[in-house]
Design a protein around this ligand. Structure first.
Ligand code: GTP
Ligand code: ZN
Length: 366
C-alpha cells in the first residue's frame, strides 16, 4: 500500500448521500454514546474540537439496517437547529463496515465501525498460534471491505519465531504477517506502511493479545493523559473508553468496546464466498482441480482437496475450519432478516467491492 489516500472529503463540500453535490457541512463520527454522536471536523479527525449531534427526525425513523451512523462514519449535518445541537441528516457512502453478528442466536447484526481501511488482526506469539481464530478474523475483515494485516505480538516472548510466522501465514493466505514486540520496539516501524495520513485502522484480537499495549504505544503518552471526550460545553467528560482517536502521524485508530472480539457476520450474496475464498485461497485453488465442479470434498472421486489432505499438503484442521466457516456463513444467510436483504445493502456492497478492487491492485503492485 504505497499510495497515500485522501479519504476524507473536503471540509464543507462533499457529495451528498445521493451523489449530488451539496454544500451541507459534514463531519466524522468519533464517538457514539446514548443517542448522541460526537462529530469532528473531517479535516481534523479525532476527539479535539468534536461537538455533539443527534439524528434528524427523518434519519431517526429510518428502519433500514445500517442507516444510523456509527463510529468512523462521514455524516451530513444540519447545523442550524434552534437548540444549538447539530442534526445528522444522512450517512455518506461507506468504504467499509465492520459488523458483529448477534450473540443471541438471531440474525440481528450490529454495525460497529465504518470507513476502516486496515484491520490489524492481533495474534499473541507468547503462546501457540491459533490458526482457526486467525481464519475467522481475517475472513471477517475481508467481508467488511477493509484490508486485513496479521500482527504477531510479543515476539520477545516467542519460543519459536519461525514456526509462529509460518503458522500465521498458513492461516491467512495472501495476508501480510508482521512480527512485532512493543517491549523490544521490534518491527513497529513496519506499521508506518499502513498508518499513512488519512488512514483509519482498528485492532482486533483476543483478550491479552496485546492490543492495548500497542494502542498506547501508537498514541503516545501525550494522548493518554488527555483522553477525555467532550460531550458538551459544560466541561463534562467521559473517560470510560476511547473511540476514534487521531494518531500523531495523521492516521486514526478506532478502539471501541465490542470491536475487539468480533463474531463472524455474513453480508449475503457473493460477498461471503469471496471473503472465505480470500482467506482460504489455497483450498479454493485446490478445489478448482476437483473432477466435479460441485465437489463437496467429502468422498467424491477425483477430489483434489482430499488428495491434498491425504498427502499432507493441506492440514485436515484447515479443511475442517473452511467447512465450518462456510456452514456458519450459509446459516446466517438463511436466517437473515428479509428487510435487511432488501434495504440499503446495494450501496454498501458496491463500496466494499470498489475498495477490494483497490486493495487488490495495491497488493498486485507491491
Ligand atoms: N513481553 C511483552 N509483553 C507484552 C507485549 N505486548 C503486550 N504485552 C503484555 O501482554 C499483556 C496483555 O496485553 P494487553 O495490551 O493488555 O492485551 P489486550 O489485547 O489489550 O487485552 P484486552 O484489553 O483484554 O483486550 C500485558 O501484560 C502486556 O504487558 C510485548 O511486546 N512484549
Ligand atoms: Zn473436492
Amino acid at each position: 500500500m504505497t499510495a497515500t489516500r485522501t479519504p476524507d472529503p473536503q471540509p464543507g463540500r462533499t457529495p451528498s448521500p445521493h451523489g449530488s453535490t451539496s454544500s451541507a457541512p459534514t463531519g466524522r463520527v468519533v464517538a457514539q454514546h446514548r443517542g448522541r454522536w460526537l462529530i469532528a471536523d473531517p479535516s481534523r479527525p479525532g476527539e479535539h474540537d468534536a461537538r455533539p449531534a443527534i439524528l434528524s427526525g427523518r434519519l431517526a425513523r429510518d428502519p433500514s439496517p445500517d442507516a444510523h451512523p456509527v463510529v468512523g462514519d462521514q455524516v451530513a449535518l444540519d447545523p442550524d437547529a434552534a437548540d444549538g445541537l447539530a442534526r445528522i441528516t444522512g450517512v455518506l457512502p461507506r468504504r467499509s463496515l465492520l459488523r458483529r453478528g448477534a450473540t443471541d442466536g438471531t440474525s440481528r447484526q450490529q454495525a460497529l465501525a465504518a470507513n476502516v481501511d486496515v484491520a490489524f488482526v492481533v495474534v499473541p506469539a507468547d503462546r501457540a498460534v491459533n490458526p482457526r481464530r486467525i481464519e475467522r478474523e481475517v475472513t471477517l475483515v475481508w467481508e467488511s471491505g477493509a484490508l486485513p494485516v496479521v500482527l504477531l505480538t510479543k515476539m520477545d516472548l516467542c519460543a519459536d519465531p519461525d514456526a509462529a510466522v509460518a503458522a500465521a501465514s498458513g492461516a491467512a493466505a495472501g495476508v501480510e504477517v508482521v512480527p512485532i514486540s512493543v517491549h523490544d520496539r521490534h518491527g513497529l516501524h513496519v506499521l508506518d506502511h499502513w498508518l499513512v495520513p488519512g488512514a483509519t485502522v482498528v485492532l482486533l484480537g483476543a483478550s491479552g493479545a496485546g492490543k492495548s499495549t500497542l494502542t498506547n504505544h501508537l498514541l503516545g503518552r501525550e494522548h493518554l493523559r488527555t483522553n477525555g471526550l467532550r460531550w458538551d460545553g459544560a466541561g463534562r467528560h467521559t473517560t470510560t473508553h476511547r473511540e476514534l482517536v487521531a494518531l500523531p502521524g495523521g492516521a486514526a485508530i478506532i478502539d471501541t468496546p465490542g470491536l475487539r472480539a468480533l463474531a463472524l457476520w455474513a453480508d449475503g450474496g457473493d460477498e461471503e464466498a469471496t471473503a472465505l475464498g480470500q482467506t482460504f485461497g489455497d483450498v479454493a485453488t485446490l478445489a478448482l482441480e476437483c473432477r466435479f465442479a460441485d465437489c463437496g470434498h467429502r468422498r467424491e472421486p477425483g477430489c483434489a482437496v482430499l488428495a491434498a489432505v491425504a498427502d499432507g499438503r493441506l492440514p485436515a484442521d484447515r479443511l475442517a475450519s473452511w467447512e465450518a466457516l462456510g456452514r456458519e456463513l450459509a446459516q446466517l444467510e438463511r436466517r437473515r432478516d428479509a428487510v435487511a436483504r432488501a434495504a440499503g445493502k446495494a450501496a454498501d456492497r458496491r463500496g466494499a467491492k470498489a475498495l477490494r478492487v483497490r486493495v487488490a491492485e495495491k497488493r498486485g503492485e507491491g
